[in-house]
Design a binder for this molecule. Structure first.
Ligand code: AMP
Length: 299
């Protein structure tokens, strides 16, 4: 089954303590879409400007990502610039230039409206809701977010959270949203806002799921070297949704495996700048790391 992914389609300029790379393909929908594409067909919804390099459109196509929902408008592509500190856990946003995103109004191609799996990757929550309004009875809807929307669009975000099956956020966002630093208390409060499945991401420490079947602690795949973690969260949720879309059986039966596959897909993302490492792998590489991870955590 296919997945609809809406989110940012961006050019990212990324600086780490050892290197700097301008105008890489980035954005939440690019990372999530490529990650999901290892498992299931992806319908991409986003917007880019006329400056968007053709080679990046080719990259989407190589991953069999359907681009009917990608608008190409006069103006500049969304540009994000960020810089990492020495430990690579802390990141500072240096610039956010909205460009064509400023007036983006995602209207879905008719063919996309029945897509069963919907991933509302990080983007303004009003836009995420607007996309959801156009969907016809999706099977499973997951939304991701970022601190910016908690700061400037909380009412929109709360409206959206009520309508989704799954909500994904990182630990500092969960703390900000619920005003508690206890994970269990935070999970409980987020469930009260609506979603049946809540996933809190903890970066290199993995993630935690709270669902009707209880808790699941999902490990991160241990890496000797992190080159650039930009997009790891998006790759995680993209891989997770991709896995669910191709799995037989219920969400509850598959969601733990889905998280582990998402976690491993995110590990590849961290091994190169932007999407450079992720776009070099095959599904078999993901499955191999999943097996290794299984051995590491079994007890
Ligand atoms: P992550 O590392 O998972 O937090 O995701 C990083 C990605 O988020 C980058 O590729 C950026 O292009 C994208 N991004 C940064 N700021 C925003 C924003 N305000 N809205 C949507 N996407 C953003």
């Amino acid at each position: 089954m296919s997945i609809l992914v809406v989110g940012s389609t961006a050019l990212d300029s990324i600086k780490t303590p050892t290197a700097e790379n301008p105008r890489l393909l980035g954005g939440s929908a690019s990372h999530a879409g490529v990650a999901a594409s290892f498992f299931a067909p992806v319908n991409l919804v986003g917007v880019v400007g006329q400056d968007f390099p053709k080679k990046y459109l080719e990259l989407y196509r190589r991953h069999q990502i359907d681009l009917q929902g990608l608008q190409i408008l006069p103006g500049k592509t969304f540009h994000w610039a960020g810089e990492y500190e020495a430990n690579m856990n802390n990141r500072r946003t240096l610039a956010t230039e909205l460009g064509v995103f400023e007036t983006f109004n995602p209207t879905l191609p008719e063919a996309y409206r029945k897509t069963p799996y919907v991933l509302l990757a990080n983007i303004a929550p009003a836009l995420q809701s607007h996309v959801l309004d156009q969907m016809m009875k999706p099977k499973f809807v997951v939304a991701d977010t970022m601190d910016l929307w908690l700061n400037i669009a909380l009412p929109d975000l709360l409206k959206l959270i009520k309508r989704v099956d799954g909500f994904v956020l990182n630990d500092s966002e969960a703390q900000q949203l619920t005003k508690t630093d206890n994970l269990l208390a935070a999970l409980k409060k987020i469930h009260q806002l609506g979603p049946k499945y809540v996933i809190i991401k903890q970066g290199s420490h993995g993630s935690i799921l709270s669902s009707p079947k209880g808790l699941f602690l999902c490990p991160a795949y241990p890496l000797a070297k992190v080159v650039d973690p930009t997009g790891a969260g998006d790759s995680f949720v993209g891989g997770l949704m991709g896995y669910l879309a191709q799995a037989k059986g219920s969400i509850d039966a598959n969601i733990r495996q889905a998280m582990v596959h998402g976690s491993v897909t995110a590990s590849f993302c961290c091994e190169g700048f932007g999407l450079t490492a992720t776009t070099k792998i095959k599904r078999a590489d993901i499955l191999k790391r999943v097996k290794e991870l299984e051995k590491i955590v079994r007890f």
